[in-house]
Ligand binder design. Structure first.
Ligand SMILES: [Zn+2]
Length: 384
């Protein structure tokens, strides 16, 4: 979208691609590149950035991302290191400093072209690969529930033979499209569920049918949004009264949920500020009771046992009894279906219990966390 070529250097910045998002304020010298992040369409939110820099390799560059005090999560930039790649496969971290409004980072490019993003992107093309690599497996159906406002597909994978005596497990991801770690997580969960040599998946499919929506917000993902769909709507506040005009993504998925029923639910997200993996439960819903609390504890204990990538000390404040916001998906599901229902949060920064200075939280660790979450699901499947 932006192409700046001065006479002094040949620096160019591009964002006219799937998930691209940046605004160039100044880019006439490598020591002083100034950028801002455009808002999600028809929205006050901005935080997701993704661009390509073409420039002189082996020369020092300084980039300043400006105006972040008014971004969706200013605290998200504190302790955040920028994600970058030369080959669009390995995404490493570049240390950054935040002064409350500007994020500054310095680097010497090893190559003449370099990508930068808020987190490792998960493209619409890779999303289609994921769906179609899944559908060739035995017992996996790919179905289009309908279309989004930008006319993209709302896709559902059904895995396992639906039967009345089987548990119904729903997993959805990327209501907030910039939280790309959520779809990396789904890729891991699907790998394990569909791996015929892995008995965790086989044992689960003996007992349960999985309904998986890997990308709840394809429009936002393609547009380079952090938090909203094409019409600027935060889908995770639409679950009580969705509409085909404003939030078809939620309307279509919710209709199918009401048809199938739900015994267990996971809604996969990323958190901008908190440098840990954690889950948020349904303690504030009107019907919350001892059974529900016991299920939540059993699931969390299983996760603790399975992986050090989970902890339960840092996370969101718990809702007071009866005070849950029922427009939020996991609360709406928990109340509607009286079932175990968690929002799962992974960090944009790192899981500080197991930090990694070179990569931070990464696609690979998101995939592994998806594997582990499936094992924890097996630990509770007889009880849900
Ligand atoms: Zn989210």
């Amino acid at each position: 979208m932006y192409c700046i070529a001065s006479e002094i250097t040949t620096m160019k910045i591009f964002s006219n691609f799937d998930g691209g998002n940046i605004n160039v304020v100044k880019a006439d010298s490598p020591e002083d590149i100034q950028l801002t992040i455009p808002n999600d369409n028809q929205s006050e939110y901005y935080q997701w950035f993704h661009f390509r820099l073409e420039t002189q390799a082996q020369e020092e560059h300084t980039v300043k991302l400006l105006n972040l005090a008014k971004s969706a999560y200013p605290e998200g930039w504190q302790g955040y290191d920028v994600v970058a790649s030369y080959d669009r496969d390995e995404w490493f971290r570049i240390p950054a400093e935040f002064d409350g409004d500007t994020l500054t980072f310095r680097f010497f490019p090893e190559q003449g072209s370099m990508y930068f993003a808020y987190f490792a992107p998960y493209t619409y093309d890779r999303h289609q690969d994921l769906l179609h690599q899944a559908q060739v497996n035995f017992n996996c159906q790919l179905e289009t529930l309908g279309s989004t406002l930008d006319n993209n597909d709302m896709s559902l994978l059904t895995i396992g033979e639906p039967a009345d005596d089987k548990k119904k497990v729903w997993v959805i991801a990327r209501q907030h499209p910039g939280e790309t770690m959520a779809e990396w997580f789904i890729e891991g969960l699907l790998q394990r569920l569909l791996d015929e040599t892995d008995t965790v998946g086989r044992a689960l499919l003996d007992k349960a049918v999985f309904y998986i929506v890997p990308n709840m917000n394809p429009d936002g993902g393609i547009r380079g949004h952090l938090r909203t769909n094409a019409a600027g709507v935060n889908l995770n506040r639409e679950w009580q009264t969705p509409s085909m005009e404003k939030s078809p993504e939620v309307f279509l998925v919710r209709e199918r949920m009401l048809e199938t029923g739900i015994d267990m639910f996971l809604d996969i997200h990323g958190d901008e500020a908190i440098p840990y993996n954690f889950v948020a439960g349904s303690e504030g819903i009107p019907s919350y009771d001892e059974r529900h609390a016991n299920l939540e504890n059993k699931f969390k204990q299983a996760l603790h046992t399975i992986t050090p990538e989970f902890q339960d000390e840092y996370g969101y404040d718990k809702d007071k009894p009866g005070k849950a916001n029922l427009t939020v998906c996991s609360n709406w599901v928990a109340e509607q279906f009286k079932c175990l229902s968690y929002t799962v949060e992974m960090p944009f920064k790192d899981h500080n219990a197991q930090p990694d200075a070179l990569y931070g939280w990464s696609p690979e660790r998101s995939l592994a966390f998806g594997h582990d979450m499936l094992a924890a699901t097996l630990a509770v499947i007889d009880d849900v």
